[in-house]
Design a protein around this ligand. Sequence first.
Ligand SMILES: C[S@@+](CC[C@H](N)C(=O)[O-])C[C@H]1O[C@@H](n2cnc3c(N)ncnc32)[C@H](O)[C@@H]1O
Length: 352
Amino acid sequence: MSDSWAVLAPLLQAATAGRDLLGETIRWLTPRAVTARVLAEVGEHDVRLDLTFDGTTTSHLATGSEVVVALDLADAVRGLYGTDERPWPSLAVTTPDRELDERGPSGWFSDRKGIARSVQELLSALRPAKPDLGELAVEFGSDKWGDLHWYTQHYERHFARLRTEAVRVLEIGIGGYRDPDRGGGSLRMWQRYFPRGLVLGLDIAQKNVTGPRIATVQGDQSDAAFLDRLGRERGPFDVVIDDGSHLNDHVRTSFHALFPHVRPGGLYVVEDLQTAYWPSWGGHPLGGTGTSTGMLKSFVDGLNRAEVGDPRGERSYLDRNISGISFHHNIAFVEKGMNAEEGGPAFLRTLF
Ligand SMILES: C[S@@+](CC[C@H](N)C(=O)[O-])C[C@H]1O[C@@H](n2cnc3c(N)ncnc32)[C@H](O)[C@@H]1O
């Protein structure tokens, strides 16, 4: 289990609040981590990036160019993960002026424009535009778009309001199955989609997926006690996504164990509901009681429980805390929120 989660949380908060970063925590987002992220955007680049921290400067993007962009590591981190659009407080660009001088005024100016373009490309990588989820799914190799499923359009619709929040996301199913070095596509996708988010992946297999604001944990989604512990230690979560075994029993167990650890206003997502109709996965062609869709469909009745029996009578925890459900092809979104409206008057029920 990665223990970077606890350390990254205060760092991220400090970065996004624009406060000074503490020396101890910023060590976790090292020049190497920042550079890896920038390299993923620009690839090999002919501008050198120097990151300075605690009076020490390290060069990481060096490809022989004499153009050097110097930044304080704290400002680079704010650019990558913060929300403010302030100019770079520590930016310094050094250009090979002497060489340019020798080319005379026209050569000097045209070369400077080329340099400006390259420098800007690098700085843009440090402050990335917000790509959509389909683009990110393709970039990071998640199967949530195109490869088997077309889910990202639905995710966009439900997650848009959370995008700039400092969300905690838990996804069951990291991907790559038994291979510790494969998978992690969707964790990276969420990490990029939520610029201030912390992303935790759970898988039954041991996984080596790492990255800034990404942590992993090994465990079985059919173990309710383990999931409850995980929720207490790492929750509450703004978003839980079940993309694990897709066995109907597992989906139901995970939902009941983890839904209490979803924050009010948060979402619990269940993917691959097609297995609810496949007997070898514990499903049934009618998607009845005992299947994952059977469980989800029962929440519709819970939403309207106040309309039967005593309008102010007892409602279960799920009746009281599910405020909405959306179904799309093979995927459902359960909204956590107060469902406390009273039912209609008794006389209306027997009018006809
Ligand atoms: C479809 S993949 C996840 C893909 C990933 N979420 C993505 O979009 O890139 C399913 C993963 O669930 C894991 N898994 C299977 N059974 C599990 C269980 N009982 N508990 C936790 N993870 C499980 C598998 O090891 C596999 O890596």
